[in-house]
Design a protein around this ligand. Structure first.
Ligand code: PLP
Length: 394
């Protein structure tokens, strides 16, 4: 072989986008642990403790709680493939990219999908779900995105859960961006199937999708008339590996399991409530600072996520150029808008390890400098003062 390939040398970045977030150093260290067999007694111990940690973070007693092998979307597909059969009626809240994705996923599993829509940037109103439930006979699932990462909207779940239950439907919640950032109460809120990821609020690399299924959801899976269309994501088969039988299905991604295990340990050591507070406090400072810069937040007031903020791009400012300068001059990654918000907003994430005071200060200072250079009129120094004031009172 004559061709030379360079050694990997990606720049370490400050990750303030919609994920991945910065990986906790303890997680990186855990990933250097020896790779052992997926049935090794040492690994089985890790699996058992991992399930208990995952239940604690999801706030559930659900027996069927484990990570799916694949990124957050694999959790979405697992839930769709196992809970949907041909012709099932599925109601999906669509107010952003991820509700849209679930609707697509459900359709591919043969569901009759009924979209309940809201403008991107606003929550799904429970009343619209109520109307959909009343007009659909025998609804099987109601699907809702808890934290819409494409818009920065924080969706209330409880009222929709009560409606789903009244109509005998199972409630599915996309918690990919919400787990370990904002309160999520799987059992108390009556969630039947919930999925997340490793690379957002948990601050591990992307690669697993923590999922949990209620007893009601498992009963629906047992009562299926047809086989799950996905061999790889078949919950009944994977349950035999994660349960006491330890039947080989597919090789567990050992190193990623270590990463998730350590990430969950870090979360529980900080304390879930403490972690939610940290996200809220740093977001309040970021929002105050952005306001002081003269920027407008795009998501519905009172329904904004602390871990993902959408900011309107001011008229005349080159959206992509600001992001490029943040990356080149400050080593900071933020993200562009998706779908209808493309070119109109920036998305700033403060997720997990990335939700730190110094990151808020840095991104505000960097934006101030870049926007001033781009001819945007602002008064210097106000953003940091506003952030400090928010921390002082919060
Ligand atoms: C990121 C995200 C997903 C998809 O997760 P991947 O890890 O990218 O597969 C699904 N839903 C929401 C709300 C997300 O933010």
């Amino acid at each position: 072989m004559t061709e030379q390939f360079a050694e990997l040398r990606p720049t370490a970045r400050i990750l303030l986008g919609p994920g991945p977030s910065n990986v906790h150093p303890r997680v990186m260290k855990a990933m250097m642990s020896p790779v052992i067999g997926h049935l090794d007694p040492d690994f089985v111990k890790v699996m058992e403790d991992l399930k208990r940690l995952q239940r604690a973070v999801f706030r559930t007693q659900n027996e069927m709680t484990f990570p799916a092998s694949g990124t957050g979307s694999s959790g979405m597909e697992m839930i769709a493939a196992n809970l949907i059969e041909d012709g099932d009626q599925v109601i999906v809240g669509v107010n952003g990219a991820f509700g849209t994705r679930f609707a697509d996923c459900a359709e591919r599993q043969g569901a009759r999908v009924h979209k309940v829509e809201a403008e991107w940037g606003r929550i799904i109103e429970p009343d619209t779900v109520k109307r959909a439930l009343a007009s659909v006979s025998n609804p099987k699932l109601v699907v809702i995105v808890h934290a819409e990462t494409s818009t920065g909207v924080h969706q209330p779940i409880e009222e929709i859960s009560a409606l789903a239950r009244t109509h005998g439907a199972l409630l599915v919640v996309d918690a990919v961006t919400s787990l370990a950032c904002v309160p999520l109460e799987t059992d108390r809120w009556g969630i039947d199937a919930c999925f997340s990821c490793t690379q957002k609020g948990l601050s591990a690399p992307p690669g697993l999708a923590p999922v949990t299924f209620s007893a009601r959801a498992m009963e629906a899976i047992r009562r299926r008339k047809s086989k799950c269309r996905s061999w790889y994501l078949d919950v009944a088969a994977i349950g035999s590996y994660w349960g006491s039988e330890r039947v080989y299905h597919h090789t567990a991604p050992i190193t990623m399991i270590y990463a998730l295990y350590e990430a969950l340990r870090v979360v529980m050591e900080e304390g879930l409530e403490q972690r939610w507070l940290r996200h809220r406090s740093n977001a309040a400072a970021l929002h105050a600072g952005l306001g002081a810069l003269g920027l407008k937040l795009a998501a519905q007031e009172g329904r904004r996520l602390p871990q993902l903020t959408t900011v309107e791009v001011p008229p005349g400012v080159d959206e992509a150029r600001v992001r490029a300068e943040l990356l080149q001059q400050f080593n900071i990654e933020i993200a562009a808008g998706l779908g209808p918000l493309r070119g109109k907003v920036w998305r700033i994430g403060l997720m997990g390890e990335s939700s730190r005071r110094e990151n808020v200060t840095l991104v505000l200072g960097a934006l101030e400098q870049i926007l001033a250079g781009a001819g945007f009129e602002l008064s210097r120094g106000k953003a940091l003062a506003a952030a400090q004031a928010a921390w002082a009172t919060g």
